[in-house]
Design a protein around this ligand. Structure first.
Ligand code: ZN
Length: 208
C-alpha cells in the first residue's frame, strides 16, 4: 500500500479487495530505515474497508513496543526485521503469537540468510527483502533468488515445507516467475501494480 494514492485510498483498497490476496503495509520509523511511511490512523482506516488480511511489515526499531497496537488495529500477519531484534527475535515471535497473529521474520539483502535459520521452527512465514527496506520503487536484487532457495531448502530440511516465503521489493511481471521458481509464494508488489494503467491485469499476469 506504500504505492497507493493516499488521496484516493478507498479506491486502491477496493482494487486490492477485488484482485489481490492481502494488504501489505510497510511501517517505517525514520530510525531503522531513513524513511517514514504512515501510522495507526492509516492502518485503521484500511482495516475498516479491507476484506482481505492485513500483513503489517514493521521496518522499525523495538518492534515489541508496537505489536499489540498493530494487532488491535486489525493485523492478521505481522513481520519484524531480524536486524532490528537480533537475540530478541524469539521473544518478538512469541509476543506476536500471543495476540493470535501470524508471525514473520524479515531479512535485508546484506544480512547473511543463515542468521534467521534458528527462528524458522517458530515463524508462520519468512519475508525476504529483494531490495533494501525503506523505499518503494527500487530495482530487484538478483542475488535474492539464491537466498529464497536457501531458506526454502532449510524449511524443507527442518520438516516445515508448508511455511510460505514472502518476497518484497522490485516484484513485477518479469521477476514474479523467478521468485516463484525458487520457492516464494507470497509476492509483494507496489509500484508495478499501483502505477500500472490496469492494476488488475498486472496482478493476474503475476498470479500466472
Ligand atoms: Zn514490505
Amino acid at each position: 500500500m506504500l504505492s497507493a494514492d493516499f488521496l484516493h485510498l478507498e479506491k486502491d483498497v477496493e482494487m486490492v479487495n477485488n484482485y489481490a490476496d492481502i494488504f501489505h503495509l510497510d511501517i517505517m520509523d525514520g530510525t531503522f530505515v531513513p524513511n517514514i511511511s504512515f501510522g495507526f490512523p492509516v492502518v485503521e482506516a484500511i482495516a475498516r474497508k479491507a476484506t482481505k488480511p492485513l500483513d503489517v511489515h514493521l521496518m522499525i526499531v523495538n518492534p515489541e513496543k508496537y505489536i499489540e497496537r498493530f494487532a488491535k488495529a486489525g493485523a492478521a500477519m505481522i513481520s519484524f526485521h531480524y536486524e532490528a531484534s537480533r537475540e530478541k527475535s524469539s521473544a518478538v515471535i512469541d509476543l506476536i503469537h500471543s495476540f493470535g497473529v501470524k508471525a514473520g521474520i524479515v531479512i535485508n539483502p546484506d544480512c547473511p540468510v543463515e542468521s534467521i535459520f534458528p527462528y524458522l521452527p517458530a515463524v508462520d512465514f519468512v519475508l525476504i527483502m529483494s531490495v533494501f527496506a525503506g523505499f518503494g520503487g527500487q530495482k530487484f536484487i538478483p542475488e535474492s533468488l539464491g537466498r529464497i532457495k536457501a531458506v526454502r531448502e532449510e524449511l524443507e530440511r527442518i520438516g516445515r515445507p508448508e511455511v510460505p516465503i514472502e518476497v518484497d521489493g522490485g516484484i513485477g511481471p518479469e521477476t514474479a516467475p523467478l521468485v516463484i521458481k525458487e520457492g516464494a509464494s507470497i509476492l509483494v508488489a507496489g509500484s508495478a501494480v499501483f502505477k500500472a494503467p490496469s492494476p488488475q491485469e498486472v496482478i493476474s499476469i503475476m498470479k500466472g
